[in-house]
Design a protein around this ligand. Structure first.
Ligand SMILES: [Zn+2]
Length: 473
């Protein structure tokens, strides 16, 4: 018995000392022209079964995304795939390390119907590849586990991995979550510009198809203005690297759309134009960089998207990207779209559950939250006499930015306004989505509300200097 145990104990000790510094998930990626091969060595927990997840229905709403995964195999365990639920079960372990191999092989479909949704699909060709991390890596439930990604064979063209920005395909060790809400891309024409803001390197990444130099100088200036304004506004003491990735969208002709990620933004744009910056795109980019501070779960998009829109307007004025007139035009566009949307009175929870039906379902939280925020500014100014109501309110929200919901919001807002009124209005305008009429509502000084013939409210500036004085950093 003793003789029999000794080698087993020795084996265990060896395996423990090997694993001490190794990540629990060790991925090796290999570029194979029109696909990427994945090898995962997974030091799994000592349980009978382990579940690994792939993709997410909430992330792009693509229920067929598991079909990207080809040739899935496991050594050291039995593998039971459950493609309908985008997961695999590992069981009957014969080794402390499971070796999982698979390929991701995917192109955009011939016809793209819902382009925003399709921007989440990995697209891998012999000239370029682009994917969100969540659609590349299998992950355990515990996203805090350690994970390493290395490329055993990198593509023969430049690449950018948002989890390790500016370091191409160099090996990187972090936590599982670092590799999910991120983007990996490469392109024969990849252009990575470094933009230093307050001593920190940030990146503007694109792959121009028409004009090789696009408008990169303006783009650098724009990024510096927008990011510096946000940093000053939030009085941020530590600054993270931010990467603005704006990548051509094959076959798709929309101006721009994208997703806020950890430490950056992945936007897709119609590459027929030789510029990646115009008014609409500038507003989108400021909004996306703004997600670094303002974001929320699916039921609180009135904050994550709506208050972020209000912040966007504020930043484009304070950073000098646009005039206060441009800001009012932006608000009026939102008002007009909200008042004419067929689903304007659909309650908050019904909007959240229909988000991936896109169209107005995905825009209502932007418009509704933005209009609500603008109205709130007027109310706070009237109640407190403080012309810098937006700045004051947002600074009071700052300690709660990681967890904004109805309760944290009302707890902060009651420092400025009557709690009972706030609760009633929040319930009425955000949760139940009654139309905000603006009739008799106080507006920020220097502007007033007028009404079109059909009753749609719109804001006009009555005193430009007065109105401009609200916008401070
Ligand atoms: Zn957004």
């Amino acid at each position: 018995m003793k003789n029999y145990l000794t080698p087993i104990i020795a084996l265990l000790i060896t395996s423990c000392s090997q694993t001490k510094d190794s990540p629990l998930l060790d991925y090796q990626l290999s570029w194979e022209d029109e696909r990427i091969d994945f090898c995962l060595d997974y030091i799994h927990p000592q349980t009978d079964t382990v579940t690994l997840y792939y993709g997410s229905a909430f992330y792009g709403g693509q229920l067929d995304i598991f079909t990207c995964v080809k040739n899935l195999k496991a050594e050291g365990a039995a593998l039971i795939p459950d493609s309908a639920n985008m997961k695999v079960k590992l069981t009957d372990f014969t080794s402390p390390v499971t070796h999982l191999t698979y390929s991701i092989k995917q192109r955009l479909p011939e016809e793209v119907h819902k382009s925003t949704q399709e921007s989440f699909r990995p697209n891998i060709t012999h000239d370029f590849f682009i994917s969100h991390g969540i659609n590349l890596f299998f992950r355990p439930e515990d996203e805090e586990q350690s994970m390493r990604v290395s490329w055993s064979k990198a593509p023969d063209f430049p690449a950018f991995c948002l989890y390790n920005p500016g370091h191409g395909t160099e090996s990187y060790t972090g936590k599982v979550k670092d590799f999910l809400y991120t983007a990996l891309l490469g392109d024969r024409k990849l252009c990575v510009d470094t933009v230093n803001v307050n001593g920190v390197n940030n990146y503007v990444v694109t792959a121009p198809r028409v004009n090789a130099t696009y408008n990169r100088t303006e783009m650098r200036q724009f990024f510096t203005k927008a990011y510096s304004a946000l940093i000053r506004f939030w009085e941020a003491d530590s600054i993270d690297t931010y990467s603005l990735i704006v990548y051509p969208f094959e076959k798709v002709s929309h101006r721009v759309s994208g997703t806020g990620l950890n430490g950056g933004f992945l936007g897709r744009y119609n590459a027929d134009a030789d510029t990646i910056l115009d008014r609409e795109r500038a507003n989108t980019f400021v909004h996306e960089i703004g997600h670094n501070w303002i974001s929320a779960g699916e039921n609180d998009q009135w904050w994550g998207e709506g208050f972020n829109e209000m912040q966007t307007m504020y930043m484009i004025v304070t950073s000098g990207i646009t005039s206060v007139k441009g800001c009012i035009d932006y608000i009026n566009e939102g008002l007009d779209k909200l008042y004419h949307s067929k689903i304007r009175n659909l309650p908050n929870d019904s909007i959240a559950s229909n988000f991936w039906n896109l169209g107005d379902y995905s825009w209502i939280p932007y418009w509704r939250g933005e209009v609500y925020a603008f109205r709130l500014m007027g109310q706070i100014e009237k109640a407190t006499g403080n012309k810098h109501a937006f700045k004051e309110f947002m600074m009071a929200m700052k300690p709660h930015l990681d967890n904004v919901n109805k309760e944290t919001f009302l707890d902060v807002a009651q420092q400025f306004l009557d709690r009972k009124l706030l609760e009633e209005e929040f319930d009425k305008y955000i949760m139940k989505a009654e139309t905000m009429t603006f009739q008799g509502d106080p507006m920020p000084s220097g502007c007033e509300v007028n009404f079109k013939e059909d009753g749609t409210p719109y804001i006009v500036i009555t005193d430009e200097e007065e109105f401009k004085s609200h916008f401070i950093l």
